[in-house]
Design a protein around this ligand. Structure first.
Ligand code: NI
Length: 461
């Protein structure tokens, strides 16, 4: 009790001291304001101050959860042009603005005031699912038009939770999953000569123990998780993408892609029986609302399984037929969107033909195709490298599209039938559907099972 008055006195003393302090600072500021010691102020302005900038913030054209920001300062010695991204949410934006502020400060501190400087920041946004974004902010500092430093900062943003997610959080803090990532990276480097610059990277060392900090530079997209690593040569940085199918299970459940099941009709417990003879019947270019239903009815009559290499645009027109193909136990395969000769297309156009078709099949059936056939069987090494599935050819061409004659179709199949044959027909021509009953009866009478391409591939691979 007795100590109370004493502490009160002490508080008063402290307050008066701090008032004195404030008065002193104000006086000093007034002195500088009115008298402006020229030498001191101008030096401060040139060497210490971040130039004034103008900021334009607009809604991001592609991603409604984000804003595009352009911040520019037109200054004679230390201008800058910064493109970056904001989220419109307090916490993530505080972090982003803090990064931008640090960037400007270090730029001014290291600027060379004997000549021109420039700071340029570029932003890239990569979406993942509906509400996740990887941002990369790429910084370049130039002095006398020569780049003196560059750096890329990586962010992974969860727009639903309004927060940034670290790689450790993405993998649910599980270190054994990090070891799997390292194993996948090593495998990628060892199997692809394009990553030769990384054979001596830190994660390739046999005694390397993975740490989360080594994997902060990543972007996650719907097709791949990509890491950026430094090399000891040119290029200084290299990206290694790990396909989503390989890493999806490693992600925390909330971040996993709802990947469709493979439309591979071979059951997991399938027992190989090499003593049986079998053929795979394939139907290309459909589905056709007028022909495919009859084909499916005839296959059902003989308990035969077939593979349908469908065109994406026709699946989009008749999704219920694509669904029926899968529901009745047949295999569905990708035969491109517009049936082009792929060898004449650019890599980008080939991938577009493939991806659009796979997406249409997923949309219609819930399954992703695990088999692909190139239109006209026209394939080369480049096309095959672009398309993620190996192109399947055929061994018996019925030429049904050409002669349009049921008897000819029946005769060609009979004359060429062999074990492990792949028979090519088209479920867009009525004569083919009309020939099918006899074709299947003959194949069955000759002792062959009629299986899908996936099932056949178990025997011929
Ligand atoms: Ni075709």
């Amino acid at each position: 009790m007795s100590r109370k008055p004493r502490s009160k006195t002490r508080k008063l003393q402290l307050q008066s001291l701090s008032i004195l302090g404030v008065v002193a600072v104000v006086c000093a500021a007034a002195y500088f304001f009115f008298f402006q010691p020229a030498s001191l102020l101008s030096k401060t302005a040139e060497t210490q101050t971040i130039p004034e900038s103008s900021i334009t913030k607009t809604a991001h054209a592609d991603f409604p959860a984000l804003f595009n920001v352009v911040e520019t300062a037109e200054h004679t010695t230390t201008p800058f042009t910064l493109h970056y991204v904001l989220t419109g949410k307090a916490l993530p934006d505080a972090l982003l603005k803090d990064y931008i502020q640090q960037l400007k400060e270090s730029y001014i501190q290291t600027a060379d005031f004997t000549g021109s400087n420039n700071l340029v920041l570029d932003a890239t946004v990569i979406p993942y699912q509906d509400a996740f974004y990887s941002f990369t902010l790429h910084k370049r500092i130039l002095q006398q038009d020569v780049q003196v430093s560059s750096e890329t900062k990586y962010f992974f943003y969860d727009a639903t939770a309004e927060k940034f997610v670290t790689f450790k959080q993405l993998l649910n803090h599980e270190e054994d999953k990090l070891a799997t990532i390292v194993a996948l990276l090593r495998q990628t480097v060892e199997q692809n000569s394009q990553y030769d610059h990384l054979v001596n990277a830190f994660f390739m060392q046999p005694d390397y123990v993975p740490t989360w900090r080594d994997f902060e530079r990543f972007t996650l997209a719907n097709d791949a998780l990509t890491f950026t690593f430094a090399t000891n040569s040119t290029p200084a940085l290299m990206d290694i993408p790990l396909p989503t199918e390989k890493i999806n299970d490693l992600l925390r459940e909330a971040y996993q892609l709802p990947l469709p099941k493979m439309a591979n009709v071979v059951p997991a417990d399938y027992v190989l029986d090499p003593t049986k003879k079998r053929v795979a019947i394939t139907f290309d270019d459909g589905p056709s609302p007028t022909v495919t239903p009859q084909v499916l009815d005839t296959l059902k009559k003989y308990n035969a399984k077939a593979t349908f290499y469908v065109l994406g645009n026709k699946v989009e027109e008749s999704p219920e037929l694509a669904k029926r193909i899968v529901d009745e136990g047949h295999e569905i395969g990708n035969h491109t969107w517009t049936h082009p000769n792929l060898v004449n297309l650019t890599d980008e156009a080939i991938l577009d033909e493939y991806t659009r078709t796979t997406n249409a099949i997923i949309q219609a059936t819930g399954y992703t195709p695990s088999t692909f056939r190139a239109p006209y069987g026209s394939i080369n090494e480049r096309v095959q490298n672009v398309v993620p599935l190996e192109a399947v050819m055929w061994s018996i061409d019925t030429l049904d599209w050409k002669h349009r004659n049921p008897n000819a179709t029946v005769n060609i199949v009979n004359a060429n039938l062999h074990n492990n044959a792949i028979i090519l027909m088209h479920d867009i021509h009525q004569p083919t559907a009309n020939a099918l009953d006899r074709v299947l009866a003959n194949i069955q009478a000759a002792g062959y099972e009629m299986v899908t391409i996936s099932e056949l591939s178990l025997y011929i691979d």
